[in-house]
Design a protein around this ligand. Structure first.
Ligand SMILES: NC(=O)c1ccc[n+]([C@@H]2O[C@H](COP(=O)([O-])OP(=O)(O)OC[C@H]3O[C@@H](n4cnc5c(N)ncnc54)[C@H](O)[C@@H]3O)[C@@H](O)[C@H]2O)c1
Ligand SMILES: CC(C)[C@H](C(=O)O)[C@@H](O)C(=O)O
Ligand SMILES: [Mg+2]
Length: 366
């Protein structure tokens, strides 16, 4: 198979974890005989510095000519006081909106060898296997008006019925393929958009008699996700609730550094990025955990390219390296071996192919 991937390293630890994920992609390409053509472009703070624009036109153009996008992370203190249109995060929001990537899948799976790194008791965290389906192109992130007023500020949560229907449908389909359980999360006791959300879920559930549905308020889910995470299979929710709940859910696994994500829209195209951010305080030190970005590549292989065996091989390799007792600093505890980002990536590559990679399978286009 031959595919074009646009790589957007971004800011902070973004370039470090993306470099690791690209190396793992190379070794997979070699072992399974695929050619991945990579084109690099800027986004976020790096793009502001070079082009005075967090999402330059040339980046959009390269992505439009690709089969998938791999992104690191954006943001950092350097740009925190920029005007809203010149913030790194604006580039991320724009690329999601431009490509209509409305479904953000954030799987949360406990790796057995990481359980001791979780602040939760082993019996609470083990066997967790849930999927947060976060609506990604609507809600308060994009609603108008948004502005400063004379005596305050305004943000607006907006959802159309169609926007809710498509994400809810997506979640029902996933629940059908997984454990058959769907928890819809809202704040229907307060918000009008949440009451619409609940109505849409109720209407759609007639088409999915095989899926068991519950509605829960977001504040209560924030608590139950920690006290009883095994209860959940698919969790579907609006943009901001999904953002918050997914970072919260990462503590179950031991580190935010292991949570991948896929942002998709119903065809094969998608953007793949770790759930975490640019972690500026550890950037440039070679200590970041690349697992989330490597696992995001696995999601790309599965969702955009239909390469299930290759995706499973990456997941197996990551798990095996943890099982062998190798971790990055975010997962440090007594009795484990701490490796740098690159050393840990080497271990994963070795798991996949002991002879590593030939540069010839990689070509840079554009
Ligand atoms: N998708 C994205 O690009 C994205 C997501 C979240 C935050 N951000 C941006 O990142 C910047 C920093 O935000 P933050 O500190 O709130 O969140 P963050 O996710 O960058 O970091 C939160 C904590 O987790 C740690 N961490 C995160 N990823 C890690 C990894 N791979 N390995 C080891 N430790 C890791 C960090 O060191 C920090 O302690 C902000 O500018 C924010 O806007 C970007
Ligand atoms: C950086 C920020 C805009 C982004 C979001 O809130 O969606 C991040 O937190 C994420 O989870 O991808
Ligand atoms: Mg977030």
């Amino acid at each position: 198979m031959e595919k074009k991937i646009t790589v957007l390293p971004g800011d902070g630890i973004g370039p470090e974890v993306v470099a690791s994920a690209v190396r793992v992609l190379q070794v997979i390409g070699k072992r399974f005989n695929h050619t991945f053509h990579l084109g690099y472009a800027t986004i976020g703070g790096a793009a502001i510095d070079q082009h005075n624009n967090p999402l330059p036109d040339e980046t959009i153009e390269m992505c439009e000519n690709s089969d998938a996008i791999l992104l690191g992370a954006v943001g950092g203190p350097k740009w925190d006081h920029n005007p809203p249109e010149l913030r790194p995060e604006k580039g991320l929001l724009r690329i999601r909106k431009h490509f209509d990537l409305f479904a953000n899948l954030r799987p949360v799976k406990a790796f057995p060898s990481l359980l001791d790194a979780s602040p939760l008791k082993r019996e609470v965290a083990e066997n967790v296997d849930l999927m947060i389906v976060r609506e990604l192109t609507g809600g308060v992130y994009f609603g108008e008006p948004r502005m400063r007023t004379e005596n305050g500020a305004i943000d607006t949560t907006v959802y159309s019925t169609a926007e809710v229907e498509r994400i809810v449908e997506n979640a029902f389909e996933l629940a059908r393929l997984r454990g058959g359980k769907l928890c819809s999360v809202d704040k229907a006791n307060v918000l009008e958009t949440s009451r619409l959300w609940r109505e849409v879920v109720e209407a759609k559930k007639k088409d999915y008699p095989d899926v068991q549905v519950e509605h829960n308020l977001v504040d209560s889910v924030a608590m139950k996700l920690i006290t009883n995470p095994c209860h959940y299979d698919v969790v579907v929710t609006e943009n901001m609730f999904g953002d918050i709940l997914s970072d919260e859910a990462s503590v179950i696994t031991g580190s935010l550094g292991v949570l991948p994500s896929a942002s998709i829209r119903g065809d094969n195209f998608g953007l793949y990025e770790p759930v975490h951010g640019s972690a500026p305080e550890i950037a440039g030190q070679g200590v970041a955990n690349p697992a989330a970005t490597i696992l995001s590549v696995a999601m790309m292989l599965q969702y955009s390219f239909g390469l299930k065996e290759e995706a499973a091989e990456i997941e197996r390799a990551v798990s095996a390296v943890f099982d062998d007792g190798y971790f990055t600093a975010d997962l440090a505890r007594d009795g484990v071996r701490i490796l740098s980002t690159n050393e840990w990536t080497d271990k994963v590559m070795n798991e996949i192919d002991t002879s590593f990679v030939s540069e010839s399978i990689m070509t840079t286009y554009i």
